[in-house]
Design a protein around this ligand. Structure first.
Ligand SMILES: NC(=O)c1ccc[n+]([C@@H]2O[C@H](COP(=O)([O-])OP(=O)(O)OC[C@H]3O[C@@H](n4cnc5c(N)ncnc54)[C@H](OP(=O)(O)O)[C@@H]3O)[C@@H](O)[C@H]2O)c1
Length: 257
C-alpha cells in the first residue's frame, strides 16, 4: 500500500497479547494503518495481532521506527531486519527515523534507509520529530521520496509551519498523540465544537486533523474508542470550527526533547 491511510492505530502501550488484540479488532473493523516502533518493545505482539486479523497483509499499511541508538549504517540495517523478524513480515510499508538524536548521522543513516528501500525491506521512508532544517537536510540527502513526517500534533500542540513544509514538498504529516494523550477534553474550544456536532472532543480532534490534510494515529484499547476514532474521519467540521481550534492558545507538548 503506498498512500498513508488517514486514521491509523497507535500501539504504544499495547504490550501484551491481550492488549495487542486491539490491533486485530481494529483491522477487522476497517483500520488499515498500524504504527509501532522498536522502542515500544511490542513489535512481536503487534505482528502476531496483524497476522491474526482476517485482513491480507498487502491491505495493511504497517509502520515501524528505528530508535535513536541504532541509526548508524550497520545498526539501522541490522535492527530493521530484527524488527521484520519480530513483526513476522518481509517488509514494512513505512520505516521511520524515530528521532534525529544520538547516533543519527544524516548521510549515513539516510543511505541505510535508501538501501533498505532498494532491497525491498521498507516500501517507504519516514522521519519523526524533525525540525524544518532537519527535514530540508533529509530531503536533500535521500534518494527515495520522503513519504511522511510523524510529529506531535493536536489542538494543544500546533506547528503549522510543519504542515506548510509538507505541502510544499509533497509528503504526508502523521500526527502522533492526536488526542493529546486524552487531554483534548480539557480544551474549551474543542468541547464547544463537540457539543455543536453532538460528538466527543476526541472525535473533533481527529476530524480537525483530517480537515487539515493530516493523518492521525490515535491509540485506543476498547472497541468503542477504536470505532469512534475510525468514524471521526468522516465527521465534517465547518470552516469556523477549524478556525476556532486553530486559535487555541494553550500549549502542552507531551514529548519534548
Ligand atoms: N513518533 C513519536 O515519537 C511518538 C511519540 C508518542 C506517540 N507516538 C505514536 O502515537 C500514538 C498515539 O499517541 P498517544 O498514545 O501518546 O496518545 P493519544 O492517541 O493522543 O491518546 C491515547 C489516549 O486516549 C484514549 N482514547 C483513545 N480514543 C479515545 C476516545 N475515542 N475517547 C476517549 N478517550 C480515548 C486512550 O485510552 P484507551 O487506550 O483506554 O482507549 C489513551 O488513554 C502512539 O501509540 C504511538 O504509536 C509516536
Amino acid at each position: 500500500m503506498t498512500t498513508v491511510p488517514r486514521v491509523g492505530l497507535g500501539t504504544m502501550g499495547l504490550d501484551t497479547p491481550a492488549e495487542a488484540n486491539a490491533v486485530t479488532t481494529a483491522l477487522e473493523m476497517g483500520y488499515r494503518h498500524v504504527d509501532t516502533a522498536q522502542i515500544y518493545e511490542n513489535e512481536a505482539v503487534v505482528g502476531d495481532a496483524v497476522a491474526a486479523a482476517d485482513v491480507a497483509r498487502d491491505e495493511v499499511f504497517l509502520a515501524t521506527k528505528v530508535w535513536a541508538d541504532s541509526l548508524g549504517y550497520d545498526d539501522a540495517i541490522r535492527t530493521t531486519r530484527e524488527s521484520l523478524d519480530r513483526l513476522g513480515t518481509d517488509f514494512v510499508d513505512l520505516l521511520y527515523v524515530h528521532r534525529p538524536r544520538e547516533t543519527y548521522d544524516p548521510p549515513e543513516t539516510l543511505r541505510a534507509f535508501d538501501d533498505l528501500v532498494d532491497d525491498g525491506l521498507a516500501r517507504g521512508v519516514g522521519v519523526s520529530n524533525f525540525t524544518v532544517p532537519e527535514l530540508d537536510d533529509a530531503l536533500d540527502l535521500l534518494d527515495a521520496p520522503l513519504v511522511a513526517h510523524q510529529t506531535e500534533y493536536h489542538p494543544l500542540f500546533q506547528r503549522p509551519a510543519l504542515l506548510d513544509h509538507a505541502d510544499e514538498h509533497g509528503y504526508d504529516v502523521v500526527a502522533y498523540s492526536p488526542l493529546a494523550g486524552g487531554r483534548v477534553r480539557e480544551v474549551d474550544e474543542v468541547v464547544e465544537v463537540a457539543e455543536k456536532h453532538d460528538t466527543t472532543p476526541e472525535s473533533v480532534s481527529i476530524a480537525w486533523l483530517v480537515a487539515k490534510g493530516v493523518c492521525a494515529i490515535p491509540k485506543a484499547s476498547s472497541e468503542t474508542h477504536l470505532r469512534a476514532n475510525l468514524r471521526a474521519a468522516d465527521l465534517e467540521l465547518d470552516a469556523e470550527d477549524v478556525v476556532a481550534i486553530d486559535s487555541v492558545e494553550r500549549e502542552v507538548e507531551l514529548y519534548p526533547e
